[in-house]
Design a protein around this ligand. Structure first.
Ligand SMILES: Nc1nc2c(ncn2[C@@H]2O[C@H](COP(=O)(O)OP(=O)(O)O)[C@@H](O)[C@H]2O)c(=O)[nH]1
Ligand SMILES: [Mg+2]
Length: 287
């Protein structure tokens, strides 16, 4: 677009397959291309190839589930974003690699290309989905309620990463991250995005409360991470709803569609995690 590349604070999206990364990016892109500004942010450098972003934003706009990108695509999406307050971010989305993160979590072996991207990042957006969150059966049994009886024959085989519970996998992934950075003792600030928040909003818990209750191991490990770096937990429905339950959501303008819930606020501003990072940078953390 003719803009000089801005070297902003590097921000990386991580999360298992199905964690909601692509949908978030689609909603963000749809909002920003619609009005050139979303929240108080604007794009200062377009990615080299915006076709993929345009495609997922089109799908999102029409109220369709965004298409999975093949795990073979390692090319990270990079775009620069600047806030009206002046902070520049360089978003890097290794949006390939839910699978790479899952393999990393299951085997503690991380693809070197993914490791390199994570190593460079100064801020982390860690995605996990409220819609598909699971805990080990033994823990689930303790908190059983009438509607959700555990099926005894749903007992899982231990070594298939597809079958491991998200609480365990996300816990492993969270524990791996600091070691990939140059300063494991001071890892990057992290915003945990609980995606598909529409599926649990009704329950009435804050995102932090939800995490502690529904993903207890992860919640515990997150409090350990928090000792060394600033952490926020944000519930985001990038779709605004489950399309099957509420297809009318696609009639809303892009900037009004998402649901974004922090422990204290509710809005439709999908840039809330960036605003939080802005605050951290101003407070002198993470860079
Ligand atoms: N109900 C609901 N489902 C969502 C939302 N965001 C994503 N999903 C669903 O979660 C699944 C995985 O999302 P995706 O963005 O592809 O995850 P990724 O693998 O991390 O990129 C898809 O079936 C989406 O439709 C949301 O805001 N609400
Ligand atoms: Mg994806």
């Amino acid at each position: 677009m003719g803009c000089a590349p801005v070297s902003g604070t590097r921000l990386c999206l991580v999360g298992l397959p199905g964690a909601g990364k692509t949908t978030f990016l689609a909603a963000f892109w749809a909002a920003v291309r619609d009005s050139s500004e979303v929240g108080s942010y604007k794009i200062t450098r377009w990615p080299k190839d915006a076709r993929y972003l345009q495609k997922i934003a089109d799908e999102w706009f029409e109220g369709k589930v965004v298409e999975r990108n093949p795990s073979s695509s390692m090319e990270p999406i990079e775009l620069d974003v600047q806030s009206t307050a002046g902070t520049a971010f360089s978003l890097r989305v290794p949006d390939l690699s839910g699978e790479a993160f899952r393999d990393a979590a299951a085997d503690r072996q991380i693809d070197p290309r993914v490791a390199a991207l994570v190593a460079e990042c100064e801020l982390v957006l860690f995605f996990l989905s409220a819609a598909t969150a699971t805990v080990p059966i033994s823990l689930a049994d303790l908190a059983i309620d009438d509607e959700e009886e555990a099926e005894p024959d749903e007992e899982v085989a231990d070594f298939d990463p597809d079958e491991l519970e998200t609480d365990v996998l996300n816990g492993e992934l969270l524990q791996l991250l600091p070691a990939l950075t140059p300063t494991p003792e001071a890892p990057p600030p992290m915003a945990v995005i609980v995606s598909a928040w529409d599926t649990v909003d009704r329950v009435g818990l804050t995102p932090t409360e939800w995490l502690d209750k529904e993903q207890p191991m992860f919640g515990q490990l997150l409090s350990e991470y928090r000792r060394n770096a600033p952490v926020a937990v944000i519930g985001i429905s990038a779709q605004g709803a489950d399309y099957d339950k509420d297809p009318t959501v696609a009639r809303k303008p892009p900037a009004e569609r998402p649901l974004v819930v922090t422990d204290h606020t509710r809005s439709t501003d999908i840039t809330a995690p960036l605003a939080w990072f802005d605050d951290q940078l101003r407070d002198g953390h993470g860079g």
